[in-house]
Design a protein around this ligand. Structure first.
Ligand code: ZN
Length: 310
């Protein structure tokens, strides 16, 4: 009788998933702020070694750390997500994400944690996202956002209680092909597009605009958020077949900014630059509106450039 009881307690102990204590969480959070929400393959290997866990156990344990990046003044619901992707060198990276809400703005402007993690992977060289671990079940909007990925058919969604694939959570789905679009987010399609002369002397901003995923409106656009002392942050436009879950270039740049653990205020943020495609502009009003939600919004520069080979 006693022996049985001991075995049962051992079993319970073994099934308890690995998690970081408060001190470990804070130390990883500090490292991630410096690395703008990304763990490289060597970071992942050394953490797996240090804590004697598998990569999968580490990914799941990182989710509560991702939630620490959340800015949720409205819901106070702090969501974290950690996407796994391979970079161009074939190395595994962890891309963190968290939800971002804007006070006094339409709720549709919110960036969801899953979007933030996938956007982080997309902007920072991941070739695809294979798995995403999330602190809570993804909302319908995020299921739709993930259905735009090149890996939608095989994407694994790891939740605290169990794992799913995307199609289990989004059966009979609507996607890019229903609109006759053969492209998808992360399809890395080679484009021959370029802008005619622009007044922008920031090659990165121009490249990010040209690499935007805009199969529905053709508005190749990107945003640069410049800070006084913490460098620049960039965002690119990622559209969605259901339109509403599209991530605007400003939302994309802001979620990158928050993954450095910074606060949006006039002491930190110097200026915002939005670059759009002439004839397809659709981001000016929404960008102005999001910026208006901040006290003392930064200088806002709006540039429009013409595509030469259109
Ligand atoms: Zn969501």
């Amino acid at each position: 009788m006693t022996a049985t009881r001991i075995d049962a307690s051992k079993l319970a102990q073994k099934s308890e998933p690995f998690s970081f204590n408060e001190q470990q969480k804070n130390s990883l959070f500090a490292q991630l702020k410096k690395q703008r929400g990304i763990l490289s393959q060597s970071d992942i290997s050394s953490l797996c070694q240090q804590y004697e866990v598998s990569q999968l156990e580490l990914q799941k344990a990182c989710v509560p750390v991702a939630s620490l990046f959340s800015v949720a003044p409205i819901s106070k619901f702090y969501v974290g997500a950690v996407a796994v992707g391979l970079n161009k060198q074939g190395e595994t990276n962890f891309y963190f994400g968290a939800n971002v809400e804007f006070s006094h703005q339409a709720l549709s402007l919110v960036v969801h944690a899953e979007q933030s993690a996938i956007n982080n992977a997309w902007l920072n060289g991941a070739q695809a996202v294979q798995k995403i671990a999330i602190s809570d079940a993804p909302c319908g909007y995020c299921r739709q956002f993930m259905n735009e990925l090149s890996t939608a058919d095989s994407l694994e969604i790891l939740l605290p209680e169990r794992d799913f694939n995307l199609h289990e959570l989004l059966p009979h789905s609507f996607g890019p092909k229903d609109l006759g679009n053969e492209e998808c987010l992360f399809s890395h399609k080679q484009r021959d597009k370029q802008f005619a002369e622009t007044s922008i002397n920031d090659e990165k901003l121009v490249q990010l605009a040209l690499n935007a995923y805009v199969p529905y409106t053709g508005n190749f656009s990107a945003v640069r958020l410049s800070t006084y002392t913490e460098g620049d942050f960039y965002g690119s436009y990622a559209e969605n077949a259901a339109y509403s879950p599209s991530l605007s270039p400003l939302q994309s740049a802001l979620s990158q900014f928050y993954l450095a653990g910074l606060t949006f205020d006039d002491k930190t943020v110097k200026s915002i630059t939005l670059l759009e495609t002439q004839g397809a502009e659709n981001q000016y009003e929404v960008a102005k509106s999001v910026l208006a939600s901040f006290e003392n919004p930064p200088a806002f520069e709006h540039c429009v450039a013409k595509l030469v080979n259109d």
